[in-house]
Design a binder for this molecule. Structure first.
Ligand code: 0O2
Length: 232
């Protein structure tokens, strides 16, 4: 199977022998090579989203319960990819893009409760054509900011020109409470140029803890619920 390095060979062969350097942001959007790479990521991403949508539906059909609330996905913008590569000190070339940036294609799955996340991870691990290559458990160990969630880096096998390619995709798994916090913190602090005051920053970290407390308490109420046939 083709891994990252061989994808580069594939592009090299297809696109002449010019050096595979990501030159600058201004050229990247018109760069045919870049578009070819991104199209492969898009293909892999769409297949993973289809897989997860099917899991959501099948789980509901069997258990009449939601394992997944919603699934959102995106391809990272060129700006964001370049910023991340610069921030991490990587040279701007396709080899680093393939091998070191794990979230060019990203899926976010929001589940009702923490237990659903762990059930879903076990299901994802068994999906055909998907291999989990890295995990980050920010649920057991939240980040200093308060950020919580479970990240899986997977390789999804796609077929391009009759050859198999393993493409890296990041799956972020969150509860509704984690997603509420992260989405707001993302715009208030994590991805904004505006500076948040120290006290507001501290508040956000505190609210993450409060939401985590509520997440656990709601799960506890669910766990005490009797099955329908035992209610009377
Ligand atoms: P964006 O804009 O959301 O895409 P890796 O290279 O895989 O080892 P990476 O990607 O540098 O590690 O870091 P990590 O911890 O896995 O975080 C990846 C993503 O998690 C981030 O992507 C965010 O989406 C989310 N995240 C991490 N920390 C925080 C946080 O403190 N607050 C919020 N709201 N989200 C966070 P990007 O690319 O940084 O940003």
């Amino acid at each position: 199977m083709w891994k990252g390095k061989i994808v580069i060979d594939f592009l090299k062969r297809k696109e002449s022998n010019e050096q595979l350097q990501i030159n600058s942001l201004s050229v990247i959007n018109d760069d045919k090579q870049y578009q070819n790479v991104i199209n492969i990521y898009k293909l892999a991403l769409e297949e993973v989203v289809d897989n997860l949508t099917e899991v959501k539906q099948k789980y509901y059909d069997i258990f009449k319960d939601n394992l997944i609330n919603n699934i959102v996905y995106r391809i990272k913008t060129p700006e964001s990819i370049i910023n991340k590569m610069k921030k991490k000190g990587y040279d701007l070339n396709y080899e680093n893009l393939f091998t070191k940036i794990n979230d060019i294609a990203g899926v976010r799955v929001v589940c009702p409760l923490k237990d659903n996340i762990y059930t879903l991870i076990r299901i994802i691990e068994k999906l055909p054509g998907i291999k989990v290559i890295k995990r980050k458990d920010y649920i057991t160990k939240p980040k200093k900011s308060g950020y919580s969630g479970y990240h899986l880096i997977i390789e999804k096998v796609v077929v391009v020109n009759n050859r198999e390619l393993a493409i890296k995709i990041e799956i972020q798994l969150r509860t509704m409470a984690m997603d509420f916090w992260s989405t707001n913190e993302h715009s208030l602090k994590y991805k904004t140029k505006k500076k948040l005051s120290k006290s507001d920053s501290r508040r956000l970290t505190l609210y993450a803890k409060v939401l985590n407390y509520i997440d656990n308490k709601i799960a506890k109420i669910y766990s005490k619920q009797l099955p329908h046939n035992q209610l009377c």
